[in-house]
Design a binder for this molecule. Structure first.
Ligand code: 6GU
Length: 250
């Protein structure tokens, strides 16, 4: 997969893109990441990428011309239908499902907004999708783009080790993962749950699902509304609820 990133701050990608999984993906030829400096597409003599907003108000707005120029340069040899994604707090909130969908494309282009915004004609002319990574405001789209790239690249076949697939992650089926343990069996008086040590695979799977459900119930009850649960799992949830009510009564 090839990902083109359009940014005023290409150096922000140097660390994250040269470590760990992302570096391995690039090293193995599974990810072709290309950084483009939007400033290289400024045509005026001062190389200004931003200007004051029409209608007044604070802050600076990214100019349309260099961004559109950079996108057109990148798209010149891209297959038709290549997503051109604007990273913006006004976008659709990013999710596991979106990461998986984006991973199916041979190419992506990510446009990082900066300053207080970007001339809306960029969106009207060349943007196909707008993505936000959550309900808070970052100073620019760069960190959000790094998050999206990491989450997408994990879904490219061959990037993760053969024995654990991205389909087993928290969020893959709308339920969080339960706790994990490794050796030693006892650490500071805390013991690894005995079911995990005994090796009955059926029991372990059931225990993990139960723990994941409990965690979802406690930390992300909003996910349970959308989750596809079995009769058994609904029964477990009812039990958690009862437990909570009893604990509160004490
Ligand atoms: Cl994609 N950009 C900015 N500037 N802030 C954000 C964001 C993106 N997603 C959440 N906050």
């Amino acid at each position: 997969m090839r990902i083109d990133v359009l940014t005023l701050f290409p150096a922000m990608f140097q660390g994250p893109m040269t470590e760990s999984m992302l570096w391995k993906a690039r090293d193995r030829g599974l990810l072709d990441l290309r950084l483009h400096d939007i400033r290289d597409f400024c045509t005026d003599k001062h190389r200004a990428a931003d200007d004051i907003p029409y209608g007044g108000g604070g802050g600076m707005i990214m100019k349309a011309e260099p961004v559109v120029g950079a996108v057109e340069h990148v798209l010149a040899d891209a297959p038709p239908g290549t997503p051109v994604i604007l990273m913006t707090p006004q976008g659709r909130v990013f999710s596991h499902r979106m990461a998986k969908e984006l991973a199916a494309y041979p190419r992506l282009a990510l446009v990082c907004g900066r300053y207080e915004g970007i001339d809306d004609r960029v969106r009207q002319l060349v943007i196909t999708d707008e993505i936000s990574i959550g309900d808070y405001v970052l100073t620019g789209g760069e960190l959000a783009a790094i998050v999206v790239i990491d989450a997408v690249v994990r879904h490219i076949p061959g990037v993760l080790g053969a024995c654990w697939a991205a389909d087993e992650d928290s969020h893959a089926d709308g339920i969080l993962e339960g706790p994990h343990y490794t050796r030693p069996p006892v650490f500071r008086g805390l013991e690894v749950p005995s079911i995990l040590q005994q090796g009955d695979h059926g029991k372990i799977l059931r225990w993990r699902r139960e723990q994941g459900l409990r965690r979802t119930w406690l930390n992300r009850p909003d996910l349970l509304l959308k989750a596809d649960l079995t009769e058994d799992e609904r029964y477990l949830l009812a039990q958690f609820a009862e437990e909570m009510i009893r604990a509160r009564g004490r």
